[in-house]
Design a protein around this ligand. Structure first.
Ligand code: ADP
Ligand code: ZN
Ligand code: ZN
Length: 705
């Protein structure tokens, strides 16, 4: 039959639709349906799939291939959600690109990044929600009292001017803004956003974890009072998320402040994308489509001619390298606002620390003295340790028993507050046994130390001159579980009601503490010798970030200090830290990476498999390796042997992984596209129940190895 004839005279026409169907992840193509009326590409629809009705998006212009065989009768689409304007062509392009790059189904990705309620509400309900959005944003916009902007420093002015020039000369280009902590980067984001708004465009500001830095959100809300600003992150209720998403999609919201998922916000007038702390690993999604919001920001900027600013005091080496190669513009803010010095870094050689009962004291005497000095002067200190709980493991000295998790290859952590042993991987929690479960010894003891124990130790060591105990606050995932707890604790720190803040890396990020003059890292060495090649980069960023919490008030900056207790004081990483020399650190890391052929000199993907036995997971990976032979670009990729993941067993599931490497990103992409269908096939053909795997996934540009 001639297709042209069918579409004349109101006959149902054929539409291509991408559908939400993770179980058909191999279905990356569109499906064909019929529709009585013309539907614009980007329209949300419900369509029958088998016996179910699923959500989909009309994808006509992007259909890769006609999906229906001639002679197959097409089914009509169900409801079309025409209460909303269709998703834009640029949005669909972004999704297509991301789905292809990260090897997921287009429909699966598209529907997973939209607010969940869009998949549940009817067209009539959406119309109602839309009306509420209009009311909500006009109420927000009429709020008055917009905060005034400070006068820019000379360096900030230059940065903003350059950004504007670059935007004119090369719309959609990406700029790395490398600025030391406290150099006024956030102020640059605020003013760049104000400029975008003044031009009638929308701004998207991505931050690593909004809930950890309520202060930052408050700063934006205050500055843009009178403008329409919405947040997008996973902490919102479904109704709030839909409302805020709609405000952006309808073009009502001028500014979207969000976490990684906000990179997919539909914004018809997008003019600026800021990625704050661009090196932060939380920009990489760790399940489903494992996308990097930072990398997609760069792509999206080009697509929509929106200026992209990647900001950090410690950029990722990938970004640093691209800036050096001229693929990104580079601007810098090398000094703190107000001219305050960065804290002096002091390394404490723990090899020389005094020992008590054969064990090294947890806090070197010099450090305790420095902390007490701060107390005497009424200044605050911050002490961090990346391990929560009281002690990472309980131990019986008689028989050697340790508090392992029966379901995971990990220890259960001792939490003294509620006297539990908790597995941080599977969640198993039990009361601490009275005696050793193996030999009955009553004397089981904690080994090592977490933030709870550190808090306890500091409480015994630190005193005001008049004998009053120091006021210590602990901030970690345990102390902030209750809603509002983190805000309250941070509020107490800002108000000066706390002398010493103890916590995990949660407290090292982003906070603009004004009274802290001493920051101490108690035990950061572990990452120096990790098998993950990115561990040093992460440690350096963490320590620089942490140092950045001290001396933020220029009047106190001169005597601010960063203390690091280490067994390896001569390590080059610490030597670069002493000089606050990110460039030197980056150069040495990049040289090592180049010699070892690691990113950014090569491109990686990780194939992970989970099964009831390590053998089954390994068999899947080995089968996958066999099927790689002869595929497109297979000669340009290297497959490494399967190895267990860092915590191999979690909740009785065994996890193995296989690294895929290529010097060429394009070759890696071609190879993966050819390989993935073979992997779906391999999974289906597993012979016996024993050899079956539970899950597998490919992670492109994996962050943890
Ligand atoms: P960063 O994001 O680089 O850590 P911020 O933008 O938070 O730096 O600036 C550090 C501190 O300096 C903040 O308290 C901020 O309010 C203040 N600040 C930033 N720019 C200026 C300026 N031009 N004039 C006065 N204060 C400023
Ligand atoms: Zn025992
Ligand atoms: Zn466990």
């Amino acid at each position: 039959m001639e297709p042209q004839i069918a579409s004349v005279l109101g006959d149902p026409r054929e539409v291509s639709v991408v559908v939400e169907a993770p179980q058909h992840a191999a279905l990356s193509n569109t499906l064909s349906y019929t529709s009585a009326s013309a539907l614009a590409a980007g329209t949300l629809v419900r369509v029958p799939l088998g016996r179910r009705v699923v959500s989909g998006i009309v994808w006509d212009e992007f259909a890769s291939a006609p999906s229906a065989d001639a002679g197959v009768e097409l089914r009509p689409i169900g409801e079309a959600l025409t209460a909303l304007p269709p998703l834009s062509t640029d949005w669909c392009r972004l999704i297509s690109f991301a789905a292809g790059y990260y090897q997921r189904g287009i429909g699966e990705l598209a529907l997973s990044v939209l607010p969940p309620q869009l998949r549940q509400l009817t067209d009539a309900q959406l119309l109602g929600r839309r009306a509420k959005v209009d009311k909500f944003v006009s109420a927000a916009a009429s709020a008055s009292g917009a905060g005034s902007a400070p006068e820019l420093s000379a360096e900030q002015s230059v940065v903003l001017q350059r950004l504007a020039e670059q935007a004119r000369a090369e719309p959609g280009a990406t700029t790395l803004l490398h600025g030391v902590t406290g150099s006024g980067k956030t102020e640059v984001y605020l003013q760049a956003a104000a400029q975008a708004l003044a031009q009638g465009r929308q701004a998207l500001v991505l931050v690593p974890e909004i809930n950890l830095t309520p202060q930052l959100e408050a700063r934006f809300v205050e500055r843009f009072a009178g403008h329409r600003i919405v947040a997008l992150h996973s902490g919102l209720t479904p109704a709030q998320r839909l409302r805020n998403w709609l405000a952006a999609h309808l073009g009502h919201a001028d500014l979207v402040l969000g976490t990684r998922l906000a990179i997919f916000a539909s914004m018809p007038r997008l003019g600026l994308i800021v990625v704050d702390e661009e090196h932060d690993p939380s920009y990489k999604q760790q399940e489903g489509a494992r996308y990097s919001a930072r990398d997609l920001a760069v792509y999206r900027g080009k697509l929509e001619a929106a200026t992209v600013v990647l900001g950090s005091a410690t950029p990722s080496l990938e970004t640093w390298q691209r800036a050096r190669q001229g693929r990104y513009h580079a601007l810098s803010l090398p000094r703190r606002i107000g001219g305050g010095a960065l804290p002096a870094v002091r390394l404490v050689d723990m090899n020389k620390a005094p020992k008590a009962k054969g064990a090294t004291t947890p806090l070197a005497p010099q450090l305790v003295e420095a902390l007490n000095d701060r107390l005497a002067r009424g200044e605050q200190s911050l002490v961090f340790l990346n391990r929560r709980g009281y002690a990472p493991v309980l131990h019986c000295a008689d028989c050697g028993w340790k508090s392992g998790c029966p379901h995971c290859s990990a220890w259960r952590v001792f939490h003294k507050i509620d006297r539990t042993l908790r597995c941080h991987h599977c969640g198993l929690a039990e009361r601490v046994p009275r005696a050793c479960p193996d030999c009955g010894n009553l004397d089981i003891a904690p080994l090592g130390r977490g933030t709870e124990r550190l808090e306890e130790q500091l409480a015994t060591l630190l005193r005001h001159a008049d004998g009053r105990p120091a006021r210590i606050a602990r901030i970690d995932a345990d102390s902030t579980r209750a809603k509002g707890a983190l805000e309250a604790q941070l509020g107490a720190v800002h108000a000066g009601d706390v002398d010493v803040l103890v916590g995990t890396q949660m407290i090292t990020k982003g906070h603009d503490f004004r009274r802290i003059t001493l920051v101490a890292a108690v035990n950061p060495d572990a990452s120096l010798f990790s098998s993950d090649f990115r561990a040093p980069e992460r440690l350096f960023a963490l320590l620089m970030q942490a140092a950045g919490r001290a001396g933020r008030d220029a009047r106190q900056a001169g005597r601010s200090e960063m203390w690091v207790q280490t067994w390896h004081p001569a390590h080059p990483l610490y030597e670069a830290l002493i000089r606050h020399d990110f460039a030197a650190f980056a150069a040495s890391q990049l040289a090592e990476r180049e010699a070892a052929g690691l990113p950014p000199w090569s491109h990686l993907a990780m194939l992970r498999a989970e099964a009831r036995t390590p053998q089954a997971a390994t068999a899947f990976l080995s089968g996958a390796a066999e099927r790689a032979a002869g595929l497109a670009a297979a000669d340009a990729v290297t497959l490494y042997p399967p190895v267990p993941t860092s915590v191999a067993r979690v909740a009785n599931v065994e996890r193995m992984q296989m690294l895929v490497e290529s010097p060429s990103r394009a070759a890696l992409q071609r190879f993966l596209s050819a390989w993935l269908p073979a992997l779906h096939e391999l999974r289906r053909t597993a012979k016996s129940a024993d050899s079956r795997i539970l899950r597998w996934a490919v992670d492109v540009d994996p962050l943890s190895i």
